[in-house]
Design a protein around this ligand. Structure first.
Ligand SMILES: Nc1ncnc2c1ncn2[C@@H]1O[C@H](COP(=O)(O)OP(=O)(O)OP(=O)(O)O)[C@@H](O)[C@H]1O
Ligand code: SF4
Ligand SMILES: [Mg+2]
Length: 367
């Protein structure tokens, strides 16, 4: 008698069944963990490098932070500061090779992201933590309709039929201001702002507890920017989610964020509540960021950009990485890694100058 072998549709069913069983187990564990933790994200001593045959790029260097539930953290800093790499690490999505998480504890909703298996990660991404990528064209699949791309994300996380997932996908499109009848169109048929909305729809389709938005509006004109930011805030509040917003725009941070992390050369150099970082700025680099903003009251005043460039992260200087550009730098700064000073329970600054209790920076007021 011929031996029974599963047909390809049997195999598909078996793998769907296995995926569903796995998902139920993981979702249950996830809910238990989430209920027992007060923080949406906890990161301690995270270090990430990109290692190539030519060099080792020290992209993220020993950063620690905590994001309580329902709060929004703004991450600012110059290009190459390590913002995207740090946030990709939260999703355990640093491209490896050449990237590797060298050390650190990363917990999202109480789950240890570094110890999850690929199938566990598949369940956690999208449902617990999701990311809106900087360039929607590279994150969208050009040969799959936008409706199917949103539905695919729903199907991964819910036990529903393809038709029901498409109904949800269309509802999500409507929510982000796109006519649901366009669900059958491809990404290239949409404008940049609309593609960004599709990216947001995919990220929010499964109501993630933590949403990372990596410069979600930098490629958009100001009107669309305002609409997208408003939309993200609304959807975040509706879902009771926490958010991490990477941006170069301090105005956007002021409008949307509760807490701020200022990154420089892979380090968090200043961290605190919005009011602390904006109104009681302590780090010379944060001072430089504010001083380089245009002064709208006094338009003849010259811009004061931070002189020089961020050091090459494959050749970071020995002491404080900001020392070559810092007007307050001393020999101690050039020799030793900066001390960390706590100005409150929530406001931390990495700067050796505060060894002198009378030290103060000279930030101008924001107009
Ligand atoms: N795949 C990669 N291979 C090698 N180096 C990389 C890779 N991705 C990033 N880097 C390097 O890691 C450092 C941090 O990059 P990252 O993209 O995290 O910075 P960023 O703060 O997000 O910058 P931006 O504001 O330009 O988006 C940079 O020096 C960058 O060149
Ligand atoms: S440690 Fe020194 S060089 Fe670095 S920011 Fe502070 S004052 Fe400037
Ligand atoms: Mg980036």
């Amino acid at each position: 008698m011929a031996r029974w072998t599963p047909s390809s549709s049997d195999k598909e069913e078996q793998s769907v069944f296995k995926h569903k069983q796995n998902r139920q187990r993981i979702v249950q564990a996830l809910e238990e963990k989430r209920a027992s933790t007060s923080n949406a994200v906890f990161v301690e001593h995270l270090t990430v490098q990109y290692v190539t045959s030519k060099e080792t790029v020290a992209a993220v260097n020993d950063i620690s932070f905590t994001l309580p539930k329902k709060r929004t953290l703004g991450v600012v800093g110059e290009t190459g500061a390590g913002k995207t790499t740090a946030m990709l690490s939260l999703m355990n999505m640093v491209p490896d090779p050449p990237g590797r998480i060298v050390s650190g504890d990363i917990q999202v909703g109480g789950l240890d992201m570094r110890s999850l298996s690929p199938s566990e990660l598949q369940c956690v991404r999208g449902q617990e933590i999701a990311m809106i990528f900087q360039d929607p064209m590279t994150s969208l699949n050009p040969v799959v309709t936008v409706g199917e791309q949103i539905a695919e994300s729903v199907l991964l996380h819910q036990d529903i039929s393809k038709q029901a997932a498409m109904v949800q996908a269309k509802a999500m499109l409507a929510k982000v201001g796109i006519d649901p009848d366009r669900a059958g169109e491809y990404p290239h048929q949409f404008s940049g702002g609309m593609r960004q909305r599709v990216g947001i729809a995919i990220a929010l389709a499964c109501k993630p507890s933590v949403l990372i938005a990596d410069e979600p509006t930098s490629a958009l004109d100001v009107t669309i920017q305002a609409q997208i930011l408003h939309l993200m805030r609304e959807l975040k509040e509706e879902n009771g989610a926490s958010m991490i917003l990477i941006t170069h725009d301090l105005g956007v941070v002021a409008e949307l964020c509760d807490d701020v992390a200022v990154m420089y050369a892979g380090h968090i150099v200043e961290y605190g509540m919005l009011e602390e970082v904006f109104n009681h700025t302590r780090h010379p680099y944060t001072e430089g960021l504010f001083n380089s903003l245009p002064n709208i009251r006094n338009r003849v005043a010259l811009l004061q950009p931070i002189p020089g460039l961020m050091p090459d992260p494959s050749k970071l200087p020995r002491g404080c990485a900001f020392a070559p550009r810092c007007s307050y730098a001393t020999d101690a700064c050039r020799e030793q890694a900066p001390d960390v000073h706590h100005f409150s329970d929530t406001h931390t600054v990495a700067c050796t100058a505060y060894r002198d209790a009378s030290f103060a920076i000279k930030r101008r007021d924001i107009e």
